[in-house]
Design a protein around this ligand. Sequence first.
Ligand SMILES: Cc1ncc(COP(=O)(O)O)c(C=O)c1O
Length: 400
Amino acid sequence: MNDQILAKAAAFAGTSCYVFDLDMLKERITYLRTHLPEDVALCYAVKANPFLAGALDPVVDRLEICSPGELAICNRLHCTSGNYVISGVYKTPEVMHDQFYRSGNEIYTVESLAQYERLKEIALSAEKPMRLLIRLTSGNQFGLAKHDLEAVLVDAMQEPLLHVLGLQFFSGTQKTSIKRLKKELSELDAYLAELKERFGYEAEELEYGAGLPVSYFQRDAYDEDAHLAGVSEALNAMTFAGKITLELGRAIAASCGTYLTKVVDEKTIDGQKFAITDGGIHQLTYYGQFMAMKHPYVHLLTPHHGAQEEEWTIFGSLCTINDILIKRIPFAGLRTGDILAFERAGAYCVTEGIALFLSIDLPAVVLYENGALTLARNNTPTDGLNTPGDAPLTIASETR
Ligand SMILES: Cc1ncc(COP(=O)(O)O)c(C=O)c1O
């Protein structure tokens, strides 16, 4: 996808908007597969960007789904339910019960004793086999402590309708340290061996959130080939003979996305040049809160050749002094009407922002595939979501 296509997308959908290149996305899957051990499977964490679930379904092995909304999206896109991993610390009754009755071939993660009891009850009442992955905690609210995990395992092993495939483990995102990853994998390896020894349980699978990092800022560039070689070495060093699935969000989705935002005003204050855009930090979320301090991969869609470079600070249009997209970045001839293209915006930007602040429209989403641009979501007003409804529901209040 080149800048001419991006300019067409901006003209077609208006700014601000997201453009996701599905051809590039599929190439990304090929890249990851060729740089990871051959037998390693890939699971896409839908939270990173649900707009990509339909394109990814045929080319990844699984889709990790964490909410009723994500489930509804995947079902509407006719994704392969046998590839769903229904995950999440709180699974609503609809997610657990209705989906299992509707389909039943998806995998459920177990994140608490109560969740296990509910899943078991559903499988028994439906009289259908249920596939489970038990999530081991990494010390936070997600997953189970070892003693509870083992209690679930022992109980499930006695229940013919429950099929515990193995363990799920996720300990964080943007993990750049191969040393840490090796330590984590060798501990998981030892624990899987321990489960075999103590309970005669041989896991078939490990689903592992590797937290593969994305280089978002120009100064943080890293050698991805070398990183994946380190990840592969750590995976190959495991004695665990079962299937390993890497659960990935940003490493799959980030690179295919571009966020387009237009400069709508400019001013000079205390000698500093400020540009105001029609976007903002509610629509452009990379990782952490430090992005304004660093320079992301960004360029002008239509460069002003020969113009003098000047330092600009780029703001969004939210009513907060924090709405700074980039501090002091050189641009040649920047002016009102120019469109800035922020690269690597395919993961989390579309989902993580504070979308309702200032009641600004949700940006349009454009998909690019095989030379064609498709409007996947119109510029969507949010004022309705921030206004008391037309037919207000009066909830009886108790009066003394
Ligand atoms: C359980 C789980 N798996 C996978 C992911 C994806 O992480 P990343 O985007 O770092 O690959 C997340 C992200 O929060 C997660 O919670």
